[in-house]
Design a protein around this ligand. Structure first.
Ligand code: PAF
Length: 262
């Protein structure tokens, strides 16, 4: 049975009364619209911790585009049913007022890595992400927090923030979950038309093809994607494209691209 929790106060009382500080606690932060990628994070947390909490909060501060926030899919009832099926212990489902009692007066700003890749195209996005993740970590106080590698830039920023602010949490990276055709599982896939969904797997395939990022970007544009960027950073290739109004992101280790070519 997944118990829904709506306020930080309620969670803190329960945490103390149930003696949850004694054991390990895993947190899987989500925007809702739970899918197979979230299920993999939740299963990992369930296997590694005494208690697992999923947070379900459509965080408005990380959406730079109101239409994107408006169209974001999801239903709390369906998410709670998924959490129940997986055996998740608690679902933290706060309101925006609960998470932002002072509006957005206080926030986390990162001044370097968050300005690149997705951050360069979505102003303020990572401030919103880091702010809400910090709030969730301080409110829930997990032993471990689980993040998917599909959002690799986010994962890196959260990991560095936890280190920089001396947060007592283990940030656990989990591999990207993909459909059999290679498309990374994402809540936004549900917004694709059948024709866009059929084209979408060409995106990870183009990222994995050997060659320079510019060649991958050209190939994607020829296929009909609107390309936000394809860039190599460190040992990974990152990309973001749009199909109609739907933005897809992905990344993979550069070794995967050279293996695809060999
Ligand atoms: O990756 C997401 O779903 C969100 O950015 C997160 C980490 C839940 C913060 O709102």
């Amino acid at each position: 049975m997944t118990r829904p929790i709506h306020t930080v106060g309620e969670w803190r009382r329960l945490r103390a009364d149930a003696g949850l500080e004694q054991g390990t606690l895993g947190l899987v932060p989500t925007l809702g619209a739970l899918h197979a990628g979230h299920a993999a994070l939740l299963r990992r947390s369930l296997a590694e911790n005494d208690v697992t909490v999923v947070s379900i909060f459509l965080n408005p501060t990380q959406f730079d585009d109101p239409a994107d926030l408006e169209s974001y899919p999801g239903s709390l009832a369906a998410d709670l049913a998924t959490a129940r099926e997986l055996g998740v212990d608690y679902a933290f489902c706060p309101t925006a007022g609960e998470m932002y009692p002072f509006g957005y007066r206080y926030r986390v700003t990162e001044d370097d890595a968050s300005r690149r890749l997705c951050g360069a195209r979505r102003p303020g996005h990572f401030d919103g992400v880091l702010t809400v993740v910090l709030k969730l970590l301080l409110a829930i106080r997990p032993t471990r927090a689980y993040f998917g590698e599909k959002d690799y830039q986010q994962l890196d920023l959260v990991r560095d923030m936890a280190r920089d602010f001396f947060l007592d949490v283990d940030v656990v990276a989990c591999p990207t979950v993909r459909h059999p055709d290679g498309l990374a599982v994402s809540s936004r896939n549900a917004l694709l038309s059948p024709a866009q969904r059929a084209l979408a797997p060409r995106f990870p395939a183009a990222l994995a093809a050997p060659g320079e990022p510019a060649a991958a970007a050209r190939r994607l544009a020829e296929l009909g994607f609107a390309v936000d960027y394809v860039e190599d950073r460190g040992d990974r290739r990152y990309g973001a494209v749009r199909l109609g109004g739907v933005r897809l992101i992905d990344n993979l280790p550069l070794a995967a691209a050279s293996e695809a070519g060999s």
